[in-house]
Write a protein that binds this ligand. Structure first.
Ligand SMILES: Nc1ncnc2c1ncn2[C@@H]1O[C@H](COP(=O)(O)OP(=O)(O)OP(=O)(O)O)[C@@H](O)[C@H]1O
Length: 317
């Protein structure tokens, strides 16, 4: 397996009237071709900002994004245009990302025509192929977004993302706005497309049962930082970071072996504005001590399982 995307010390800070928001702070990980990296963490931890940087909808403040061995943050205008064809995004709410004045056909055809790679006839043919690929009936080609249900709208969003044959897709909460029955259909469609087209996904969600179903590997984020990462299978078996333990303890489990006592977090959430060095979870962590106020490093605690907690070994025996 080869590495498709690697991010190194990636940062995004937003300047605000009250100070600098550290939305993504020194995050590093990589994704192998054809695999899905799940990104989990509570609201405001920087998931969407990270996703937007990886498809260059947002400029990074620092760090590197290596895509197919090239640093995307250093690309010129023409190479950036090419990169943006290879890296696409699917949004949570296709209703707001689709133009209400465009029919299904126009929405999908648009990016094909803008790319300059297809003439009108070819773009129309490819649009029809894409509709079939994502399961939109031909009779819906002239429908407008408001005439479609949520599932079909998301299928249009997926067809648009696939139009230029990308290698990498950021899926930013793509099923959170859908009914549970439709969620499964869209997740299965994404999996099928991944297998057929060897796609690499970064899948952002706050829903742990969704991430368990779809991801090969998982990154757990807390207030802009990566606190734990390993394979999905391993994370649901054994967590080392106190925040990951609390996050996973909230999932209802029918399997008695994996039943965890719910850990209710107490204490103030640290502000993302000009945070102090040290563990950002310390204010809510029952294991916090003096050492936690010093900068923490992501360390390999077992093969391919990385944790950013100076007490991880001690508290896990
Ligand atoms: N344009 C911006 N200007 C200032 N702050 C921003 C901006 N965009 C995001 N932020 C802040 O950056 C932090 C991370 O936001 P982000 O939307 O990436 O988190 P998230 O984990 O995706 O949250 P959610 O699950 O609610 O979408 C938050 O504190 C947010 O308020």
């Amino acid at each position: 397996m080869s590495r498709l995307i690697e991010i190194q010390n990636l940062k995004k800070y937003f300047k605000t009237g009250r100070g600098m928001v550290h939305a993504v702070d020194d995050v590093s990980f990589s994704i192998e071709q054809g695999r899905t990296m799940g990104i989990v963490g509570e609201s405001g931890c920087g998931k969407s900002t990270l996703g937007r940087m990886l498809v260059h909808l947002e400029e990074s403040t620092g760090g590197q994004i290596i895509f197919n061995d090239e640093d995307v943050t250093q690309l010129g205008k023409n190479d950036m245009k090419k990169f943006r064809e290879h890296a696409q995004i699917i949004f949570q709410d296709p209703y707001s990302s689709l133009d209400p004045r465009y029919t299904v056909e126009d929405s999908i055809k648009e990016s094909l025509l803008i790319s300059g790679k297809y003439n009108r006839t070819q773009a129309l043919e490819k649009t029809q192929d894409l509709m079939e690929l994502v399961g939109i009936a031909p009779r819906l080609r002239l429908s407008y977004p408001h005439e479609l249900d949520g599932g079909r709208r998301q299928r249009v969003g997926i067809a648009r993302a696939l139009a230029l044959d990308p290698e990498f897709i950021v899926c930013d909460e793509p099923v959170s706005a859908l009914d549970v029955s439709i969620q499964a259909q869209i997740l299965n469609l994404l999996k099928k497309l991944q297998q057929e087209h060897n796609l690499t996904y970064m899948f952002i969600t706050h829903d742990l049962s969704v991430v368990k179903h779809i991801s090969d590997d998982i990154c757990v984020m807390y207030l802009g930082q990566l606190v734990e990462t390993c394979s999905s299978h391993e994370l649901f078996e054994k967590q080392f970071h106190p925040y990951t333990k609390a996050l996973l303890s909230a999932i209802p489990s029918v399997d008695i072996r994996h039943k965890m006592n719910r850990i209710v977090l107490k204490g103030e959430i640290t502000s993302p504005i000009d945070p102090k060095p040290g563990c950002r979870f310390a204010a809510r962590c029952s294991y916090a001590c003096e050492k936690c106020h010093q900068p923490q490093k992501l360390e390999e605690i077992s093969p391919n399982h990385f944790v950013s907690c100076c007490r991880a070994k001690e508290i896990n025996g």
